[in-house]
Design a protein around this ligand. Sequence first.
Ligand SMILES: Cc1cc2nc3c(=O)[nH]c(=O)nc-3n(C[C@H](O)[C@H](O)[C@H](O)COP(=O)(O)OP(=O)(O)OC[C@H]3O[C@@H](n4cnc5c(N)ncnc54)[C@H](O)[C@@H]3O)c2cc1C
Length: 567
Amino acid sequence: MRAPPPPADPALVAAQYEAAPGIERLRELKESFAAGSPETVLAILDEAARFADDHLIALNDVGDAQGCRIVDGRVHTPPGHREAWAAFVEGGWPTLDLPEAEGGQGLPTALAFAVQELLDRACPAFGMIPVPTRSAARLIAAFADEAIRVEWMPRLASGEWTASICISEVDAGSDVMRMRTRAEPTGDGRWAITGEKQWISFGDHDLAPRIGHCLLARTAGSEGLSLFLVPDHTDGQRNAIVVRRIEEKMGLHASPTCALGFEGATGWLIGEEGRGLQQMFVMITNMRLATGAQGLGIAAAAAATALNYAADRKQGGRGPQPVPIDTHADVQRMLLDMTARVEILRGLVLATANQSDLAAHETDAEARADAAALAQWLLPIVKTTGGDFSFEVASSAIQVLGGAGYTREWPVEQGLRDARVLTIFEGTTGIQGLDLLHRRVRRGDGRGLACFLAAGRMAASAIPEGAALGRTLDLLEEAATALKAEEDMVAADAGATALLRLAQLAATGWIAARLAALPEDTPVHRRLVAAGRHWLAGLAPRATLAHAEALAGRAIVAGFDALHAER
Ligand SMILES: Cc1cc2nc3c(=O)[nH]c(=O)nc-3n(C[C@H](O)[C@H](O)[C@H](O)COP(=O)(O)OP(=O)(O)OC[C@H]3O[C@@H](n4cnc5c(N)ncnc54)[C@H](O)[C@@H]3O)c2cc1C
């Protein structure tokens, strides 16, 4: 077995949990949130880290090497996964943040994501089982009728049954509206689902006796897409769903990415016909946040591996003996950058989760609307940052390990492979940029940006190093205003991803400023302060570049026609 990453430090995660914006207010708002006291949170995180060590670390290796396979038409997960999932369910882990009335423990969403980081740190492929299941539970709780709720909610909440998100098709990736899967009523309250779904994570497996596919399809009665629950078993029989194949892919080998054929499969309409995509956003929102947490887990493992390796590995120095490589300024630079990315991404995931809980639980309607707008503003940013930072940190970790990092003897090359898809699934970075530009900046009422700017400016004014953040926030506001007014749609779209980058720099700067403001009273806080200051030191030049790119308009794509000589 390869060297596993160093053990996680739950105290570090807990410190960030306590520092995340919104947590104090949440504890005031709800008894079950207050029950998540600092001591309880640390105890839960300690226990989660132990679970990850005992059950998941070894799976990461086996899963990567062996992947999943199809036996007699069903997906078999690699050795150890069934036992690990059974232990996960037995331990009550899937229930953390679901409401008590639905069989959950009613703890804050942020705590579930803090735990998720520890799972993903140990084995990011395994972490992809609970996420769609928990997200589907939220969807069912929000829209399903009584009979389905009663049947599915307790089982999804406990993890006895699992769920998948079933949207993509060959011709409907980013362009969801081109989907062709059809649903026809069968006259008995059920629907027959026919079509081919592509790239469905854990679309089939041997971990649970029942899988509920949360599936979008077309109906004759509506222009819009409709949402269906399509179980892999109905009335005690296998439903008409065929696993066509498992995709061969670069990373996340233990997560079976399935092509599924629905051959008149029985399904139940969830919510309103034609409103499926809008409803599905309850699930998508949770899954995008989970992508941030998954990136965080991968990045945290890679950064910790590199930090330890660099303290051991000896090269260079002026004396007769070589010195640890972490005494070299260039290696220190890389390690600080990696640490800063990990800590800031963690802060961003927790902050976004808290805003989504505040949006549901604030007592005042205006405060609820502010929190919802801020959560919506942060969502494409945290999703993209999870993808970007995990890849960059894994890549830097390989650099710090040198030749060893490029070999399979160390886990950081797997981290790089696993991380790569995070900027693709759950909506590519390009689509997140367009979402930010069109839905939040151009068509929106500006509330999310205004709430974010206010929070950012408050954090900037609290510390001496805050000027870099202040400048970044000004640049973001200027770029957003200019792109909102832009009439040339090609020019606006050409700047969308750069606007997202600028918003990402502003959001990471916001978290960095909050970390830099912590008292340097403990080793954990000193690390967080160092991470925050380091990130702020490099912020303004990056923001200036992103601002220029966001506003460069058609100039950015001017040379494109020259790429195809025949056009
Ligand atoms: C490992 C893995 C797991 C997955 N799991 C699931 C799952 O569980 N359920 C599910 O439903 N799907 C899943 N997917 C599918 C995933 O959501 C899609 O791959 C993703 O949405 C992108 O679609 P696409 O691959 O067709 O890329 P395309 O849509 O073809 O995009 C290719 C490129 O073109 C850009 N692009 C496309 N349209 C536009 C536009 N209008 N404007 C600007 N740029 C554009 C994109 O940004 C991207 O860079 C998974 C995919 C993978 C690889």
